[in-house]
Write a protein that binds this ligand. Structure first.
Ligand code: NAD
Length: 503
């Protein structure tokens, strides 16, 4: 029987999507729409409005007016806190529906959407976490350094109108990581979901509105990178762009921000290494976990996936055997089937790209241990690729250097600690890394030497209050925690004379 998911439209409450601008849902001015085709089945799932330049302009103007005149930035801290906590509650109450909508968007199975890091629950926790910062948005009072008696006072003020641009692979968490701190700081927002994960984001915007976020303080423009994203990043009324997505688009955003010197936060890609030492507490578990990050849920289409395993020669075969066991255990197919663990690739372009890297890996001389091909039968109309492991990879090969964004693990052997650190840091990226060892001193020493934003020792997890982001070409800035919240503020100094004569 051919796989179908379209029949779930009604049960998950999926209706065709509109723009939300200045407190009203409406079509785009030129009535352009985008048809969404499901990555597992190829079925047309629904349509949503494509915001053109004039729609984006309306949304930015609405956010500008709401920032300059509206109630949100000036609202008392207590009321803003209540609205953010209520947003978290509503997200939790609608978790099942949101998971269903996400499955219709990007084919991520319901089973994986229950795993904490990418769950609706984690997104709700991010709202609760940032609600806690609202009444702590304070500054300093500094004494006179020279001259007459005076005080210097610092204030943290909201940065202004924020353009929040999302990728498709983790819409719950990334929506929250951007909107919660921006709204907590008193900013107003125009959010642009990925064209491959729009319906779940539209529902989250509805829930924020239901929670009491006023019209104009949150707006949503839907559509692809061009025209919608481009119109947003080049708009002079936007004060800050907060972006998660590919390195190529991140670079374009930096370029486009130069004109009006917009503030920019970028969460980009990775080629994160995991280092497995011979004294790892459980080499088998290291192999399963590493391959799990490369296959479970989004089939390796995750910035944090540890796609480059650096494994000591003494435990190399053991690691490969357990990684292969995980690869063989992965099930894929209908995202609504509780037994399905992994998604298809998001679109045909990504499918071709991943198959292209698999060919390149073989041409460059790596050893294909498992996978490398597509399942047939019922799954042939989806963009599925079987979990793939390459062994005997040289760190100079393309499959060790480039972000493949698919279920492909490259395993590189090493002999000693110095070599492992050198190989790990020999990359243009720096998002995450893993270290497997039983030696606490080694864990600490190696972690300090790795040039990456988050190092997991004997495991890895994402939490709402912990900074997350990249060194090098993996990004600029951090999400999560106080530093993320402060990145949605400007620091202002007021010099207050206490006598007639100050300087
Ligand atoms: P993408 O860069 O193709 O798209 C991301 C968003 O940017 C989408 O909303 C898209 O419509 C928009 N966009 C595309 N072109 C644009 C333009 N010219 N101007 C403005 N907006 C534009 O990325 P993707 O395929 O959705 O996501 C995959 C990438 O995201 C991977 O590289 C992955 O590593 C990265 N990612 C990073 C993190 C992180 O936290 N570091 C998290 C998730 C994904």
């Amino acid at each position: 029987m051919t796989l179908t998911v379209r029949s779930h439209r009604e049960s998950v409450g999926l209706t065709d999507g509109l723009l939300y601008i200045d407190g009203k849902w409406r079509a785009s001015r030129d009535e352009e729409t985008w048809s969404h085709y499901h990555p597992a089945t190829g079925e047309q799932i629904g349509e949503f409005a494509v915001a053109g330049g004039s729609d984006v302009d309306d949304a930015v103007q609405a956010a500008r007016t709401a920032f300059d005149e509206g109630p949100w930035p000036g609202m008392r801290a207590g009321q803003r806190i209540q609205i953010l906590h209520r947003s978290a509650e509503l997200l939790r109450e609608h978790a099942d529906q949101l998971r269903g909508l996400q499955a219709m968007d990007n084919g991520v199975p319901l089973s994986f959407a229950a795993v904490y890091a990418t769950s609706v629950g984690a997104a709700a926790d991010v709202f609760d976490h940032h609600a806690g910062w609202v009444d702590k948005l304070g500054g300093q009072t500094l004494p006179a350094y020279q001259g007459g008696e005076h005080l210097a006072m610092t204030f943290r003020e909201p940065v202004g109108v924020v353009a929040a641009i999302l990728p498709w692979n983790a819409p719950f968490l990334l929506f929250a990581q951007k909107l919660a701190p921006a709204l907590a700081a008193g900013c107003t927002v125009v959010v642009k979901p990925s064209e491959y994960a729009t319906f779940s984001v539209l529902r989250m915007v509805e829930l924020l509105v239901e929670a009491g976020v006023p019209g104009g303080a949150v707006n949503v423009v839907t559509g692809p990178g061009k025209p919608t994203g481009e119109a947003l990043i080049t708009h002079p009324g936007v004060d800050k762009v907060s972006f998660t997505g590919s390195r190529a688009v991140g670079k374009r955003i930096v370029e486009a921000s130069a004109d009006t010197l917009k503030r920019v936060s970028l969460e980009l890609g990775g080629k994160s290494p995991t280092i497995v030492f011979p004294d790892a507490p459980d080499v088998g578990m290291a192999g399963m976990t590493t391959m799990g990050t490369v296959t479970m849920g989004v089939s390796g289409q995750a910035c944090v996936a540890h796609t480059r395993a650096l494994v000591h020669r003494d435990v190399y075969d053991q690691f490969l055997a357990s990684a292969q066991m995980m690869a063989d255990a992965i099930t894929y197919g209908d995202p609504f089937d509780a037994a399905v663990l992994a998604s298809p690739l998001i679109n045909e372009r990504q499918l071709d790209r991943v198959l292209g890297y698999i060919e390149t890996g073989q041409r460059e001389g790596a050893r294909l241990v498992t996978g490398g091909d597509r399942p047939d039968g019922d799954l042939s109309s989806g963009h599925f690729v079987r979990p793939t492991i390459f062994a005997d990879v040289d760190n100079g090969m393309s499959i060790a250097r480039e972000e493949i964004f698919g279920p492909v693990l490259s395993v590189v052997p090493f002999t000693d600690e110095d070599e492992a650190i050198r190989l790990a840091n020999d990359t243009e990226y720096g998002l995450g890394a893993g270290v497997y060892t039983s030696d606490a001193r080694r864990a600490f020493k190696v972690s300090r030497k790795l040039r990456a934003g988050t190092i997991g020792v004997n495991g890895f997890q994402v939490e709402p209050h912990v900074p997350f982001g990249g060194f090098k070409q993996s990004g600029i800035g951090r999400e999560g925690g106080r530093s993320a919240f402060e990145a949605y503020t400007e620091l202002k100094t007021v010099l207050l004379p206490l006598t007639d004569e100050i300087m």
